[in-house]
Design a protein around this ligand. Sequence first.
Ligand SMILES: Cc1cc2nc3c(=O)[nH]c(=O)nc-3n(C[C@H](O)[C@H](O)[C@H](O)COP(=O)(O)OP(=O)(O)OC[C@H]3O[C@@H](n4cnc5c(N)ncnc54)[C@H](O)[C@@H]3O)c2cc1C
Length: 465
Amino acid sequence: MEHVEVSGLKIPVAEEADLFVAGGGSAGVGAAIAAGRLGLKTFVAERMFALGGMMTSGLMSKIAISASNHGIAEELLGRLDAHQKSDFLSGRHEVPIDPELAKWMLDKMVIDEAGAGVRFGTTITGVIREGRNIKCAIVDSINGLEAVKAKYYADCTGDGQLSFKAGASYVAGNEQGYSSSPTLMFRIANVDIEKLIAEMESHPGVYKSEQDTYSNHKISPAQNRKNIAGDKYAHFADFIPFIRQKQKENPGFLNEWELEMMLQRGLIFMNQPQGNHVLVNSTRIPYFKGNDSKELGDAMVAGRKQVAATFRFMKAFVPGFENSFIMDTGSMLGIRESRRINGDYIFTGDDVNKLRRFEDGVVSNFGGVEIHSVDGKSTDIKELQGGFYTVPYRSIIAKDFDNLYIAGRCFSASHTALSAARNIAYCMALGQAAGTAAAQLLHRNRDNVRDIDIKPLQKDLEPVI
Ligand SMILES: Cc1cc2nc3c(=O)[nH]c(=O)nc-3n(C[C@H](O)[C@H](O)[C@H](O)COP(=O)(O)OP(=O)(O)OC[C@H]3O[C@@H](n4cnc5c(N)ncnc54)[C@H](O)[C@@H]3O)c2cc1C
């Protein structure tokens, strides 16, 4: 068996592939399906035991998909609908999914149909690099250390783990290095949502919101009821005056930090149309950088404390939650931003706001700026009034390398631009672009990701541009 040597250790080469996909989240799935369908031998290393990343293991079961995205993301949503006889996709641009069903459907699409070799429980721990090329990735699993050789690599780890280990240059967070604050998602089951809607209709003053939040947080109770009947999301926010009122009536119910935590964002939750449960997007971890393992662990613990306090309040006071229970919390922390790898072009907030369309655009998106303040206390939102921008091919190729793509939320973007361009369907489309581009390179016998023929690539990517 062939071996490679790293720091005196002899590591067996376990696999050889055309494309090595690091991480099987939204971007990794897009890359693996696109490349696999185009005949590439594709290897996916995923540290969890499911595909989907934040979408499934992080419980972010609300997929934002633009009207212009007819790629793999749309196909996934259509197939989930067909399987469960629902019509959720018609509610685009926000489509609910059941994370458990999505895990199964992604196994089917990536492993059974696209033929990608997926290794779960497998963490990328290092890289062997020669000049501007990655020669192999080192992975750790129950087997111990192994090497995987490939011609092209796609870093879809969200945190830019493969690129970081290869020594790529990157930036993180805002000017002070802090990221948009993360959230630990959780779901509450056995909720009587109709009871809540009826209460909100009869006492509108009690449930009014205080913060200037997204348009979908201002949906009226009547519209929410209609949405639920029509397989669409119902949104509820922010209950801040309600929280203050309940604390006044029940002094000491929430201690000081619990009250402060609950008032930073209020309660934000959505119905999950598959049943009588809701998805809660309320917690926030302040002053997070996302590049230190102790910080990551502490953030998860802090997230669970916030979940416990939030749920205790909801069960005690919010109508319809009297018999509810916590169904689950995310197995992954909801990290909005960590490392952003430097590409040949850094996509900017100006590109988003001006709806710029690039000559080498490979993916279009519709999201506006959405920065969750580093102290967790506010959200800077600029919803775009229709229209799309594109992301250039140069932003998905790592500046310091000739055979490395960067797709998903670690792609080359500024802090502001990433806040706009990180939704699930769009990350999937970035992966689709990377996988499709790798196939073109292989079929034309080219090694360098910059030797792409952009027009034919754009033709292949028409569904997502
Ligand atoms: C709180 C929150 C709310 C959001 N709201 C929405 C929303 O409403 N709608 C929407 O569309 N989007 C939303 N998003 C954005 C979206 O969920 C993410 O930006 C997107 O899922 C990121 O996809 P990704 O593939 O880049 O990364 P991920 O989904 O994080 O996938 C990365 C994968 O890489 C794996 N990995 C990481 N490191 C390694 C390693 N060393 N070895 C092996 N595997 C590794 C991880 O386990 C994971 O599976 C939200 C995000 C957050 C955090």
